[in-house]
Design a protein around this ligand. Structure first.
Ligand code: KIV
Length: 265
């Protein structure tokens, strides 16, 4: 497989080939996902929840994102690596936004950044893009605004709300985003936004007609039981498998079955 770039993604939209995106946070899984053909590895700030055990994404720092992006970059050969800009690293002013996006690329080895928000962050997007850093937008359910939204719930349920979201989507495209994540909206609206934009729209709980799909890897693999949104499909239950394996290990050490001759020198 050739190296995936933002241009490849644009071509996939033109050719109507669905784009696959998954979150990942470490070297070992980055290697597995890359070999399995995932086109975009998103170092999501969901790492705050699934890797660090926080209740939401708000405590995640730029340093957390840099360390995890470095690990992912060491494991990926083909996929495009995009990293989330954490809460409060791009909202204060455009200079800080560019500086922090630059650190994710320069120190973390990200190949682009993702930012949550609509028209209000268009200025920051413009500045980051002019610095040569590809930006992926993220609208709909934006977890960094959890306290404003009041919970992880579906967005775009009224005409007013979809009008606002569509205006946000167009403003982000106009500001130079190469792609847009659309989270937790009715499927018909996912289709409408995908048709309205020339950049790839990557849905998560936005129906089957988006240009691509993204999921949190831990949800897909059954590794994070704390939250189970309706839009998640569990493709495996690695959590259960891992617990079973570890129980066997404990049992074998206690009973003296492990280590045996085979594992001894
Ligand atoms: O942080 C994350 O995992 C994300 C995806 C849910 C899109 O932003």
């Amino acid at each position: 497989m050739n190296k995936i770039t933002v241009t490849t993604l644009k071509e996939k939209k033109t050719n109507r080939e669905p784009i696959t995106v998954l979150t990942v946070y470490d070297y070992t899984f980055a290697k597995i996902l890359d070999q399995a053909g995932v086109e975009v590895l998103l170092v999501g700030d969901s790492l705050g929840m699934v890797m660090l055990g926080h209740p939401n994404t708000l405590p995640v720092t730029l340093e957390n994102m840099i360390v995890h992006t470095q690990a992912v970059a060491r494991g990926a050969q083909h996929a495009l690596i995009i990293t989330d800009m954490p809460f409060m690293t791009y909202q204060i002013n455009e200079e800080e936004a560019v500086r922090n996006a630059g650190r994710l690329v320069q120190e973390g080895k990200a190949e682009g950044v993702k930012i949550e928000g609509g028209q209000v962050i268009a200025g920051a997007v413009r500045r980051i893009v002019s610095a040569g850093i590809p930006v992926m937008g993220h609208i709909g359910l934006t977890p960094q605004s959890i306290h404003t939204i009041g919970g992880y719930k579906i967005q775009g349920k009224s005409k007013d709300a979809t009008d606002r979201l569509l205006a946000d989507a167009k403003a982000l495209e106009e500001a130079g985003c190469f792609s847009l994540v659309l989270e937790c909206v009715p499927a018909a609206f996912g289709e409408e936004v995908s048709k309205a934009l020339s950049i790839p729209v990557i849905g998560i709980g936005a129906g089957p007609k988006c240009d691509g799909q993204v999921l949190v890897m831990h949800d897909l693999l059954g590794l994070y039981p704390n939250l189970r949104p309706k839009f998640v499909k569990r493709f495996a239950d690695l959590g259960e498998l891992a617990e079973k394996a570890v129980r066997n290990y404990v049992e074998e050490v206690k009973s003296g079955k492990f280590p045996s001759q085979e594992q001894s020198f």
